[in-house]
Ligand binder design. Structure first.
Ligand SMILES: C[S@@+](CC[C@H](N)C(=O)[O-])C[C@H]1O[C@@H](n2cnc3c(N)ncnc32)[C@H](O)[C@@H]1O
Length: 223
């Protein structure tokens, strides 16, 4: 079985066996930090005024978008783990949630005013997956729309983070909890890739109060 399938099963397991919504998405934060995170996303996605349609790619259990539901007329979420989607439907009953992969989004071109994809790329297995997902996210976002691909692990910190991981201990953990399995991103390479396609793109810092903000960055893309 390839790593991608194993990780999918592990997410599935996490959503079914953890009762805490934060722990299900491996983000056991207190209420204040969740609120800080959502305010940061609202600002970066320019959601002060309500938009028509919002998509969250790799939405997990919907905990994060439950803090943004009043920002869009319609909320869509997609995740490849069916149990995550079941949880999301419970938290946001009027959302449109479906099981599917970030690399093949089941939507027509230019449907969404805003697209968020937060904290999923480091769980991918290959760089190719990243570029396929980026293309898909751009395809489904409307001209004039805004995309935030967030919580990307900056490749500049890869050696330092991976050196600090204890491989002996990690061997007993699921793949999704191992630093050594994380995929770090060459941010400048993605910027150049998208600029060549005519997009405006900016690398943004995260609020310093977020525990992992030193090595994680966000990408804002204007369609
Ligand atoms: C850390 S959680 C983040 C959930 C949510 N975006 C958040 O920030 O709270 C990562 C989620 O990405 C999903 N995921 C990982 N790879 C995916 C892929 N290739 N396609 C769709 N979902 C994926 C997992 O199932 C999991 O729910």
């Amino acid at each position: 079985m390839i790593n991608k399938d194993l990780k999918q099963i592990e997410w599935e397991h996490n959503a079914s066996n953890e009762s805490d919504l934060g722990k299900q998405v491996l983000r056991p934060l207190n209420k204040e930090i969740w609120s800080l995170l959502s305010s940061d996303i609202i600002e970066k996605l320019q959601l002060e005024n309500r938009v028509k349609s919002f998509l969250d790619v790799g939405c997990g259990n919907g905990r994060l978008i439950s803090l943004l539901t009043d920002k869009s007329d319609e909320i869509f979420g997609i995740d490849y783990a069916p149990s995550m989607i079941e949880e999301a439907k419970k938290i946001i009953p009027n959302g449109n949630f479906m099981v599917g992969s970030a690399e093949a989004l089941p939507f027509p071109n230019s449907l969404f005013s805003r697209t968020l994809c937060y904290s999923i790329f480091h769980y991918f297995s290959t760089e190719e997956q990243i570029y396929t997902a980026v293309d898909e996210i751009c395809r489904v976002t409307s001209p004039g729309g805004i995309i935030l691909i967030g919580d990307l692990l900056d490749k500049k910190f890869e050696e330092e983070i991976k050196k600090s991981s204890k491989l002996g201990l990690e061997a007993n953990l699921p793949l999704i909890k191992r630093y050594s399995e994380w995929l770090f991103v060459d941010l400048e390479k993605i910027v150049k890739y998208l600029e060549k396609k005519g997009n405006k793109i900016e690398i943004l810092e995260q609020p310093s109060l977020l525990p992992t903000s030193t090595y994680r960055k966000d990408l804002k893309i204007w369609k």
